[in-house]
Design a protein around this ligand. Structure first.
Ligand SMILES: Nc1nc2c(c(=O)[nH]1)N[C@H]1C(S)=C(S)[C@@H](COP(=O)(O)OP(=O)(O)OC[C@H]3O[C@@H](n4cnc5c(N)ncnc54)[C@H](O)[C@@H]3O)O[C@H]1N2
Ligand code: MOO
Length: 466
């Protein structure tokens, strides 16, 4: 594509040979119906691709088109896979400090009345009966002291939140009282019985259900849990993810040199996955080494393995052969989405999945949001965000058969498609607020497009808790 491709034309890389031929043949007809292959094919059932130059490439492309899953269906399959009984992990008890962003696995039931004793809502005096009052000479009631009862006509200085002495009838705010020459306290305003007293149990009684199981632990939930007496919460554990970065051409530092490039995914994926609620337990660079990949996959105790690169049918693309070797169940083998169509999802063990992200960095982002995001959300039992859409400011040309995911920035009530959206580019997504979902055939300026949030974006729905 031309440098700085605008996202308004179809990138050369977006269309493979088979599709270009199909386009010429059917004159840009509407998208073909989704192949109804159904999930659950053993990786070993797929014939290893032939590598004879042109015929092998065409056969592989045809095979891919045949198997590829429509984008919305791929997301649904990923979410469903995580809801299987085997994939679900037992609830855990976590300290409040570690619970942010998790989902409650049990209702939050008050362990105490709130407030747990009658408290003063204001700084001032606790008074008994009508004024004027004699102010008891015992300093200010604050904190935990268990105060003596007040007699009628008595007052005592009290701080906000302090326990109310027995027989108090009201609290007089400091700015609403004056003391005369005889040290008698007078109200400067009319008073109501019980004013500025928070009675015990005003917010809840011990045993009241404060939140249902399934609630997401937000900062406010942490505060409520602490107030209600909790030190730990029973929650759905964070899914454990291991990232395996494949590719001999990758450098971990310095500038690209001698045909080698910097690994962009090693630094990008772990924080992104954490933003999606995962606990990233390891990031390993394996090169293009089939043995090392096999060992890493079979030895992993993660709930989800995320690989990068090696998903295509090239000579050093080891993901498919490894999945065949371990007889993994391929749930998604290619998705009708650009970029990222070689992405895949496999069940490697009853309680473990593998998402294979393509190596092109924006294609990897596409795979992350198409397959890993719904899977992680369902594993963590987090609710799906309400879908939302905004009109596109500019026309975005579509792929004839596949959905496109295009980085956009949100300006006012429009989504502005960003330049530099080629599969190997991160310049667009790095400036983006969201990815627009452009249906096969494209979207005109003014047409609404569904938006996928980036976990750090402040606009739109969803939140990043890590
Ligand atoms: N004959 C065909 N070749 C390719 C096809 C195809 O359909 N037929 N599809 C292309 C598409 S689309 C994509 S996407 C890629 C997917 O390739 P892989 O997942 O096998 O990834 P690699 O070949 O390992 O790498 C592709 C590209 O990305 C760079 N890369 C890989 N890892 C990283 C990383 N961690 N950081 C930065 N860049 C990375 C790698 O150097 C390559 O340039 O296949 C196409 N080919
Ligand atoms: O077009 Mo690939 O799917 O580069 O991403």
């Amino acid at each position: 594509m031309t440098p700085g491709g605008t996202g308004q034309g179809l990138d050369a890389e977006d269309l493979d040979v088979e599709e270009a031929l199909a386009l010429v043949k059917d004159g840009n007809s509407p998208a073909r119906p989704t192949g109804d292959h159904g999930p659950g094919r053993r990786a070993s059932e797929a014939a290893p691709p032939s590598h004879t130059p042109e015929t092998g490439r065409r056969a592989a492309a045809q095979e891919h088109r045949h198997r590829a899953t429509a984008w919305p269906e791929a997301r649904a399959i990923a979410a469903r896979a995580a809801r299987s009984r085997a994939a679900r992990r037992a609830p855990v008890s976590v300290t409040l400090g570690d619970a942010l962003g998790l989902v409650l696995a049990a209702p939050l039931t008050a362990l105490t009345d709130l407030p747990s004793f009658d408290t003063s809502a204001m700084d001032g005096w606790a008074v008994a009966g009508p004024g004027p009052w004699h102010v008891r000479d015992e300093g200010v009631l604050a904190g935990s002291a268990s105060p003596a009862p007040l007699a009628d006509g008595e007052a005592v200085r009290i701080a906000t939140g302090a326990r109310i002495p027995p027989d108090t009838t009201a609290v007089l705010r400091s700015e609403h009282g004056r003391t005369d020459a005889n040290d008698r306290l007078h109200p400067t305003r009319e008073m109501q019985h019980g004013q500025d007293i928070r009675p015990r149990g005003q917010e809840c009684r011990s045993g009241d259900q404060l939140l249902l199981a399934g609630a997401v632990v937000t900062p406010a939930v942490l505060g409520l849990a602490a107030a209600a007496g909790y030190d730990t919460l029973t929650a759905v554990p964070r899914p454990r993810v291991e990232v395996l970065v494949l590719g001999d051409e990758l450098l971990a530092e310095g500038r690209p040199r001698d045909g080698l490039i910097r690994d962009a995914l090693g630094p990008m994926l772990p924080p992104w996955l954490r933003g999606l609620g995962a606990d990233v337990i390891a990031v390993r660079r394996l090169g293009d080494d089939a043995k090392a990949l096999h060992k890493a996959v079979t030895g992993s105790g993660a709930d989800l393995i995320v690989t990068t690169g090696g998903t295509a049918a090239g000579p050093v693309d080891h993901v498919h052969p490894t999945l065949r070797r371990i007889d993994a169940e391929l749930l998604v083998d290619g998705v009708k989405v650009r970029p990222g169509h070689p992405m895949l999802l496999a069940r490697t063990k009853d309680d473990q999945h593998l998402v294979g992200l393509p190596g092109n960095p924006l294609a990897a982002v596409s795979g992350l949001l198409t397959l890993a995001e719904p899977l992680l959300r369902a594993l963590a039992a987090r609710p799906a965000p309400e879908p939302y859409a905004l009109p596109l400011r500019d026309t975005v040309h579509g792929h004839p058969h596949d959905t496109r995911l295009v980085p956009v920035s949100l300006r006012g009530d429009h989504a502005v498609p960003l330049h530099y959206n080629g599969p190997a580019m991160l310049r667009g997504i790095a400036a983006a607020d969201a990815l627009a979902v452009v249906p096969p055939g494209g979207a005109r300026a003014g047409q609404e497009a569904e938006l996928l949030d980036l976990p750090w974006a402040t606009a739109g729905v969803g939140a990043c808790f890590t």
